[in-house]
Each structure stands twice: as C-alpha cells, then as structure tokens.
Design a protein around this ligand. Sequence first.
Ligand code: ADP
Ligand code: MG
Length: 324
Amino acid sequence: MPSEFDIIRQYFTLKQNRSDVILGVGDDAAILDISKHPQQQLVQSTDTLIAGVHFPEDTSAQDIAYKALAVNLSDMAAMGAEPAWFTLAITLPDDNPEWLKAFSESLAAISAKYNLQLIGGDTTRGAFLSLSITISGFVAENKALTRSKAKVGDSVYVSGTLGDAALALAAWRKECLIANEYSEYLYQRLNRPTPQVELGLLLRDYATSCIDVSDGLIADLGHITEQSAVGASVVFENIPLSEAFNSSLTDNALKAPLVLAGGDDYELCFTVSKSKQDKFNQLIKEKNLLVTCIGEIESHTGVRCSLNNQDIDILEPGYNHFEN
Ligand code: ADP
Ligand code: MG
C-alpha cells in the first residue's frame, strides 16, 4: 500500500523547471518569483472536475488529466493570460498504479506543451474521483480580457466550431447515434478540447470582451451581455459547425439545442469594436485562424438568436449545477 507521500513523489512530482519557480512540489508551499514578470498582472482561476458530472465515468485517465488542464487553460485563454503554474487537489477512490501512471504522464505531456508547471496540491481519498485545479498566468497591466466591456455595435465572434462536444455527449448518453467515421473526432472534441491560449493572447489587442464557451453559447454570451449591460443578436446560420457535426446529426430537432446550449466546446466567444474590425479580419486571414462573426452587440437586454430571420426560442440556458 503506497502512502500519500509515495503517490505525491511518484506521480505528482513532474520533471519541470520554469525559472520563476523557486520551490515546487515537496514543501509546505511553493515559492514563486514574480519579479520575473515585471509590469504584469497575476491572473488566477480554479475549476473542478467530478467523475460522472464533468466527464463520463468511463473516461480514460489520460483524457481526464488532459481535460482537467484544458478547461483551466481555457480560462487563461479567455482572460488573454499566458499560463504559468497550477496546483492540483485530487480526491482518489483508490490508488490504482496503472491509472495514476497514465494520469501523471498525460498531465506532464499537456503541461509541458503549454510551459505550465505543477507547483503543489493536495491528495486525498474519497468515494468519487474529483480534481480541482488552480491555474495562474500573467497578463500585461490592464490588458486582460473581461466580460464587462462589450459595447453596442461590436461584432460577436466565436472560434472553431460549436456543438461537437455536446453531440458526442448526447451520443455517449445514447440520446442519438453518430456515424462511425466521425465518432473519434467528436469524442476527441468532448474529451480533449483544445484550449485557445494562442488566440486569447492575440485578442488582447482587439477584443472588447471575451469568455470561453463552457456552458453553451447562449449562456456564456449571456454572461458578457449581462456584465456589459448590453444585449446580443446571433444569426444561427452564421454559427460555424463541423463537417462531423453536420454529417452525424440525424435528428434535426437536436441541432439548435446542441449548438446554442451544449457545453464543453471550450471555444472563445468575444466581441470586437467596429473600429478594429477591418484590422482584425485582416489578422484572421494572415494567420489563417478559424474565427467567425456570428452576430452583433445591441442595446436590448439578453441574447437573441434568429434562424431564417425569425427569433428562435431558446429553451435550455446552459448547464446549471444547482438546477433541479
Ligand atoms: P501538508 O501536509 O504540508 O499540507 P501535503 O502532504 O499535503 O503537505 O503535501 C506535500 C507536498 O506535496 C506539498 O508541496 C504539496 O503541495 C504537494 N502535493 C500534494 N498533493 C499534490 C498533488 N496532487 N499534486 C501536486 N502536488 C501535490
Ligand atoms: Mg503543511
């Protein structure tokens, strides 16, 4: 039976050495050299993932590690911050060494890719697997992207495609079928979302507001409109959908709910002012970025969405943990 300390030493002490980490995993706390980041502001956020709530219970250890980091990196992306460090509080139902090894290797791989260092955490045993990550990053003074500065007349954009992860989840729940040829792609979109960190950094010079789409487009754009005291109109036909989504979805009644209220895409939704739009569109072309204008900020309240020039009823808002 390995002790908690064996587990920490073996699986949570990753071989990483950012120059701004004076002391990482192993002491009572980490020591970080913030003087390495002059004129920068520290950006922090926490996201928890619970088995059966945030990922299906049969998700692999590799995918769980990936997703836990990806959703936290996505919050950094949405703020326009450059990720630096994270802590991991993990509750394990058992100490399965194969599971821990696979988890640890995947955690090391994705954190290396983003130059992100694991600097500490907490390891406990409990009935359900649960992970809570606190991530820290840096942004130049007053350059962070927030939800509160969208203005009437700004264009609303979204990165990537929407609905893929929600479609995969619906298929996993046997609420619909997806064709074999698209199954792998769609499950990857659910289990291995790509955090839009690079895009977030670029947006610092263009976007007036930004959020990552974790709970569904309408709900998340709704956070921008509410905190900016504006409204938004979205044209459904303009929302980018993947070929896998379009080709796999057989039940047309599911389309709008999946695209508008389906969570887990971790794309960025953001606004760009009219005055910067030409330059921004030029940048999109130059960098070959997949971002699409889907609507506009208006003076009414709330988020409207039209299809064939008719408002569509938005029934399900986004995922709400405290809803019955
Ligand atoms: P303490 O009892 O002083 O709180 P712990 O025994 O909880 O310390 O942790 C010992 C060290 O291991 C600390 O540096 C802590 O940050 C680190 N640690 C514990 N669990 C994890 C984990 N899951 N991932 C990364 N570091 C961890
Ligand atoms: Mg201590």
